[in-house]
Design a protein around this ligand. Structure first.
Ligand SMILES: [Zn+2]
Length: 289
C-alpha cells in the first residue's frame, strides 16, 4: 500500500482562548516514482484523519478545510506522478520507430494528415538534434512539404535539388510529397533518403544517378529496423525492386564492385526482415485465435 501522504504535525496554539489548529500535510518524499496507482488509500486515509479531527471536536469548517487540504496534496501528487510517467515514457525510444522517441512519434502521428509540414519539421528537428542531419545544408533550414502531386516527379516520395546559383557547396532544396506521409516510418525513411542526396550534392556528386540512388536506397534498407519500415508491406515490396534497378543501372564493373558487399547484405536484410514480419503476423493471429 502506498503511504503517499502523511500528516506531519498538528500545531496547536491559543488565539483569544480558542484553539486554532493548523495541519501541515506533505507528500512522502520517498514515494514519487514507485507508489501504487492513484485512489488506493484515499478513503482510509481521509476517514482516519477526519475521525481524528472529529474526536478533537473540530468545527465542521475546519474538518472541511482539512479534507480539502488532503485532497489537494493527494491530487497534486498524483497529477505530478502522471505527468512524470508520461514525460519519462515520452523520452524513451519508440518500439515501432526506434530511431525516434515515443514523444516524437506521437507528435508526428498527430500531425501526419492534418499538418504534414509540422510532421516533417518534428522529424527533421529530432534528427538534427541527434546530429544525423545538418539543417543548414538545406534551403531555409527546412524540408518543405508539397501537397500538390503535380509538383512531384511521378513515383517520387521526395525530391532533392541544388538551389539556383553558383559555387559549391550551396544549400539543397528538399521537398517531401504526399506519398511520404502515409506513416511515420515512411516519412522518416524518405527524409533520410533525400538527405543522402543532400550529402552527395555537398561533395559535388551530381552526375551519377544510378550510384546516388543506390546509395540512398541502401540507407533505407540498412535502417529498416530503426525507421520501422520493415513492418510496412508496401515498402518491403518496393525496396527490392529499387535496389535491383539501380544496381543494374550501374554502368561499370568498377562501380558494382564498390557496392557489391552492401548490395548483397541489403538483399539479405530484406529477406530476413520479411521473414520476421510474417512470423510476427502469424504470432499475432494465433494470439487472437
Ligand atoms: Zn533518390
Amino acid at each position: 500500500m502506498a503511504r503517499h501522504t502523511k500528516v506531519i504535525d498538528v500545531v496547536s496554539d491559543k488565539v483569544n482562548s480558542r484553539r486554532r489548529r493548523s495541519i501541515v500535510v506533505a507528500p512522502d518524499p520517498q514515494v514519487p516514482n514507485r507508489a501504487e496507482p492513484a485512489g488506493l488509500t484515499w478513503d482510509s486515509n481521509l476517514s482516519a484523519h477526519l475521525d481524528r479531527a472529529g474526536k478533537s471536536r473540530m468545527q465542521e469548517a475546519q474538518r472541511c478545510a482539512l479534507a480539502i487540504k488532503i485532497g489537494q496534496v493527494q491530487g497534486n501528487y498524483h497529477l505530478q506522478k502522471a505527468v512524470y510517467r508520461q514525460t519519462e515514457s515520452a523520452s524513451q525510444p519508440s518500439s515501432t520507430v526506434p530511431g525516434l522517441t515515443n514523444g516524437q512519434v506521437s507528435q508526428v502521428q498527430a500531425n501526419l494528415t492534418t499538418n504534414p509540414q509540422a510532421a516533417v519539421n518534428t522529424i527533421a528537428k529530432a534528427l538534427a538534434d541527434k546530429g544525423q542531419v545538418t539543417l543548414s545544408y538545406i534551403e531555409g533550414n527546412t524540408i518543405g512539404y508539397v501537397g500538390d502531386r503535380s509538383r512531384m516527379r511521378p513515383g517520387r516520395y521526395g525530391d532533392t535539388s541544388l538551389t539556383p546559383g553558383t559555387g559549391l557547396p550551396r544549400p539543397c532544396r528538399v521537398i517531401i510529397g504526399p506519398d511520404a506521409v502515409e506513416s511515420v516510418s515512411t516519412l522518416y525513411s524518405t527524409i533520410m533518403h533525400e538527405y543522402q542526396h543532400v550529402l552527395q550534392y555537398r561533395t559535388g556528386r551530381t552526375g551519377e544517378e544510378a550510384a546516388t540512388e543506390l546509395e540512398a536506397y541502401l540507407w533505407e534498407v540498412e535502417n529498416l529496423e530503426k525507421t520501422g519500415m520493415w513492418r510496412r508491406v508496401r515498402a518491403m515490396a518496393e525496396l527490392p525492386g529499387q535496389l535491383t534497378h539501380w544496381w543494374e543501372e550501374l554502368s561499370t564493373n568498377d562501380e558494382r564492385e564498390r557496392y557489391r558487399t552492401r548490395y548483397k547484405a541489403a538483399r539479405e536484410t530484406i529477406r530476413r526482415l520479411n521473414e520476421r514480419r510474417l512470423e510476427e503476423q502469424s504470432r499475432q493471429q494465433r494470439g487472437r485465435g
